[in-house]
Ligand binder design. Structure first.
Ligand code: G6P
Ligand code: MG
Length: 216
């Protein structure tokens, strides 16, 4: 029986994809490295440093650790400036209603995100106080598909893995949920995932008669 739902943040609660894209594109242009939306798509759910490694794998030169650190800092400074434009209007359709419904049913809710900017984003969109637990990129050593972020989120909710469902838009996140032995719900791009226990076109489908909870 599901007693808690752990939400990924980027691409599930709020769409920050374009902002990450813009910030990485700035770095890639500056360094003369090819970069496009297909590559950006591979960065969903992947930590900042691992994302940088994926981008730099197309570079013609080898970067030192100090140079990598500097590029990651530049990317984040650019990205954080873009985050300033976020507001409650950027919450994805169905999210607020879903949170309300789950709370009414005494289902605990958490954020399980790879982003170190998760709290900043939640504050900007007015949802910082809406979750029972927030585990983000600052709390973890290993990035998705490692299960650490979801295991820690489940523990923070006081629940066993089999009592938790995860909502994810990235394949790496679906794998992380399965590695954590949790029920994995794929939405958006992850609605095509073969590994997901359930796929939905959007979070608003979670509302439909609490379907995924009844199915468990
Ligand atoms: C999320 C996004 C990734 C991003 C990662 C780290 O998982 O889907 O695209 O790279 O967070 O974000 P950060 O804000 O810490 O750079
Ligand atoms: Mg995501």
């Amino acid at each position: 029986m599901i007693k808690g739902v752990i939400f990924d943040l980027d691409g599930v609660i709020v769409s920050t994809d374009d902002l990450h894209f813009e910030a990485w594109q700035f770095i890639a242009n500056q360094e003369g490295i090819p970069f496009d939306r297909t590559i950006n798509h591979q960065l969903r759910g992947v930590s900042r440093m691992e994302s940088l490694e994926i981008i730099l794998s197309r570079a013609s030169k080898v970067y030192s650790n100090d140079e990598k650190q500097s590029l990651a800092t530049q990317k984040n400074e650019f990205y954080v400036r873009l985050l300033d434009q976020l507001s409650e209007a950027d919450i994805l359709p169905g999210v607020k209603e879903t949170i309300r419904l789950l709370k009414q049913q005494n289902i605990k809710i958490a954020i399980g995100s790879s982003s170190k900017n998760a709290r900043k984003i939640l504050k900007k969109i007015g949802l910082l106080d809406s979750f029972d637990a927030i585990i983000d990129g600052n709390d973890i050593t290993y990035s998705k598909p490692h299960p650490e972020v979801f295991i820690k989120a489940g523990q923070a909710l006081g629940l066993k893995p089999e009592q938790c469902a995860v909502v994810e838009d990235a394949e790496a996140g679906i794998l992380a949920a399965k590695n954590a032995k949790m029920f994995a719900i794929g939405i958006g791009p992850a609605s095509l995932s073969k590994m997901a226990d359930k796929t939905l076109l959007g979070i608003n489908e979670l509302l439909v008669g609490q379907a995924f909870l009844d199915n468990k």
